[in-house]
Design a protein around this ligand. Structure first.
Ligand code: NDP
Length: 279
């Protein structure tokens, strides 16, 4: 693995580089909580922040990024929410997000959920935003293979990544292998199992072996699989811990042990069932 520091990047299929570890911000409350989490991450050396219109914290994220400075060194992702699908609605929603983030451009714009298969007008608007230089890379989230097959058949610009739920209870090897074969990166959401890792004895054993925290074992498992990983925390100490993963390496057998914890269990909605009319 050639990711050896917090600022190291994966190169996406359009040549844009994305720092392998980013800060997740879902459920980071707008205002002081989100702003100080992002500030703590940037001060700790993170250069990648993941937010979304639906997280209702874009202004706070944007404020922390602006105050930190060095905008061009920071990789900022936001996402289009489900009620804004469609060509015109997408362009409008993007502009709203961009203003809240107080930035001239967004590094990565993601379609948050496919909401069925009627997403090509939305993607055309994404392509327009890329063509206008407002977004450096286009991607999707929660796309299963059938969604991706449709998109790849009809898109002019290929997505650079698919942000999907990925952790030891939901390893989705077939989906990840398919994405890799298409040169589309996996970006793991809920990589820390939303904090539900404490009782997993295999993770505890590995944490003891390496004198690490189970959260660090999870981040490392993602990186060694080649996935971009966006652990969320609002706690400055956790934020530091989650990125302190470059002084140990899991063996292939240990990776396989964690892979073996898979039980196909989702912590979030199933993209196959999550449609436009659902909240
Ligand atoms: P994570 O799996 O990252 O887990 C976050 C939880 O783990 C929080 O409760 C956090 O608490 C706790 N935690 C973090 N670090 C530590 C630590 N070192 N020790 C103990 N507890 C810790 O959850 P998310 O669901 O938030 O996923 C990560 C990100 O992925 C999101 O924030 C969001 O950006 C993205 N996401 C995208 C989705 C999509 O549909 N595209 C869906 C869901 C998430 P604390 O804050 O107190 O540290």
């Amino acid at each position: 693995m050639n990711i050896t520091t917090l600022s190291d990047t994966f190169t996406l299929n359009n040549g844009v580089r994305i720092p392998a570890i980013g800060l997740g911000t879902w459920q980071s409350k707008d205002g002081r909580e989100a702003t100080s989490a992002v500030r703590a991450a940037l001060e700790a050396g993170y250069r990648h922040i993941d937010t979304a219109d639906a997280y209702e914290n874009e202004e706070s994220v944007g404020r922390a990024v602006r105050e930190f400075g060095q905008r061009d060194d920071i990789f900022l992702t936001t996402k289009l929410w489900n009620e804004d699908h469609g060509y015109d609605a997408t362009l409008k929603a993007f502009e709203r997000s961009r203003k809240k983030l107080d930035t001239d451009y967004v590094d990565l714009y993601l379609m948050h959920w496919p909401c069925g298969f009627d997403f090509m007008d939305t993607w055309r608007a994404f392509e327009k935003l890329a063509g206008d230089g407002k977004v450096r890379a286009l991607g999707v989230s929660n796309f299963l293979r059938p969604h991706m097959e449709k998109l790849l058949a009809e898109a002019e610009i290929k997505p650079v990544l698919d942000q999907v739920e990925t952790h030891p209870w939901l390893t989705q090897p077939d989906l990840h292998a398919y994405l890799a074969a298409q040169d589309i990166k996996t970006e793991s959401w809920s990589p820390l199992m939303q904090g539900k890792f404490s009782d997993i004895s295999e993770l505890k054993t590995l944490a003891e072996k390496y004198d690490k925290h189970p959260a660090q074992i999870l981040v490392r498992w993602n990186l060694q699989h080649g996935y971009i990983v966006i652990p969320k925390s609002t706690d400055a100490a956790h934020i530091k811990t989650n990125a302190a993963v470059f002084d140990f390496e899991l063996t292939d057998a240990e990776i396989a042990t964690i892979d073996g914890l898979d039980k196909g269990e989702r912590l979030g909605p199933d993209p196959a069932e999550f449609m436009k009319d659902k909240p």
